[in-house]
Design a protein around this ligand. Structure first.
Ligand SMILES: C[S@@+](CC[C@H](N)C(=O)[O-])C[C@H]1O[C@@H](n2cnc3c(N)ncnc32)[C@H](O)[C@@H]1O
Ligand code: SF4
Length: 361
């Protein structure tokens, strides 16, 4: 059963040099045509979503009027009566009380805001469009509007970041008491400015330092009541992101908008990652899909295993019946532990989560 709907809004106020999500600088000439196209795509959806996630890009790069049109348009073409969690991603530079009030009044009940760091030097390194003070004001505005489910995104392993700077950013975040914290280790993604700088030797990746920062993250957040329910995601019990859990549990979802992926049964497909082309195809009644694959049940099961092992609850023991050798080895190395019927990562296993997950793929 499909329960989750993702909508990709590909516009940003400014492009960050480390980011590989499909996005482009906000373009007024394209926005209206994009909104019309997404709504046309939505009309064809045959299900009642329980979770909705507006991601990007930066959905709030849209104006209040455009968000209003988009959301009202969705209500007009879809049955949204079953929605329990509706997240909108924000960049702190795109928050206003007017927008926050509007989103809340239209049924959005969760915000995910990209803070990345509270350090002004590091915000400059990251090429962020906002200051730390602006991010704090934006958080205050969201609370003032009445949002009671707010996630803040942070990044560690930023070039030049000291352990002290990371601790300070974590402590500052904890002091604000958000309902959820995503703490990502910086990845040098191909086709980004950061990747080029890494190749030229301007930046250097240091896995040992990253591991130490990750240890600090786990300790500080856990002692403050944030459970690490997925490798990069922390929340008090009950505040986990249901939409993301759908991905991690290997359940079906539909994605709309340029570059968005969908997975339903044994089919996975993604829309063309080009806004102009996406709009063109929709308006000319052409297929927006650029990539399509049929997943064997073995592939889907392997994916469920690789994502599931990264979660707090781990995976049922019997899922690993074809991986006995790796299980024994990881148990010996202390990277996994077994519960009554489940297997999950230990704390040291979490430091090597990618390698453990890869061994099961
Ligand atoms: C779509 S953005 C969030 C909303 C908004 N666009 C913003 O940046 O404020 C998703 C998140 O992915 C994370 N992210 C993006 N690129 C990353 C990278 N190369 N390494 C680690 N995290 C990254 C950032 O924490 C970012 O907030
Ligand atoms: S991190 Fe967010 S604001 Fe920056 S380019 Fe990526 S999607 Fe846009």
């Amino acid at each position: 059963m499909i329960r989750s709907l993702y909508i990709h809004i590909p516009f940003c106020p400014k492009i960050c040099p480390y980011c590989s999500f499909y996005k482009e600088a906000s373009d007024r000439n394209k926005t209206q045509a994009f909104l019309d196209a997404v709504l046309m795509e939505a009309k064809a959806i045959p299900f009642q979503p329980e979770t909705i996630f507006f991601g990007g890009g930066t959905p709030t790069a849209l104006s209040s009027k455009q968000l209003d049109d988009l959301i009202r348009g969705l209500y007009a073409c879809l049955d949204l009566s079953q929605v329990t969690e509706w997240t909108v991603e924000m960049n702190p530079a795109t928050v206003s009380l007017e927008k926050a009030d509007l989103l809340l009044s239209l049924g959005v009940n969760r915000i995910s805001m990209g803070i990345q760091s509270w350090d002004s030097t590091l915000l400059t390194t990251l090429g962020r469009v906002h200051t730390a003070a602006q991010a704090e004001r934006s958080y205050g505005i969201l609370r003032e509007a009445g949002f009671s489910n707010i996630n803040l995104d942070l990044i560690f392993g930023i070039p030049g970041q000291t352990p002290q700077q990371w601790q300070d950013s974590l402590k500052k975040t904890i002091a604000l008491n958000p309902d959820h914290i995503s703490a990502y280790c910086l990845t040098y993604e191909e086709d980004t400015e950061y990747f080029l700088r890494l190749g030229k030797g301007i930046y250097r990746q240091d896995t040992e330092t990253d591991a130490a920062l990750f240890e600090t993250t786990m300790s500080l957040l856990e002692e403050s009541g944030y459970l690490q329910y997925e490798i990069s995601n922390y929340a008090p019990p009950g505040k986990e992101c249901r939409h993301n859990l759908v991905y991690w549990m290997g359940e079906d979802y539909i994605g709309l908008g340029p570059s968005a992926f969908s997975t339903v049964g044994d089919s996975r497909w993604s829309n063309v990652a080009n806004t102009a082309e996406y709009i063109h195809r929709i308006t000319h009644h052409q297929d927006t899909v650029d990539f399509r694959e049929t997943l064997t049940s073995t592939t889907r099961q392997a994916e469920r295993l690789a994502f599931g092992i990264r979660t707090l609850h781990g995976v049922p023991f019997h899922w690993l019946k074809n991986h006995q050798k790796q299980v024994e080895e990881f148990l010996k190395l202390g990277l996994i532990e077994t519960g009554q019927e489940t297997v999950r990562l230990t704390r040291s296993g979490r430091l090597l989560a990618d390698s453990v997950a890869a061994a099961f793929l």
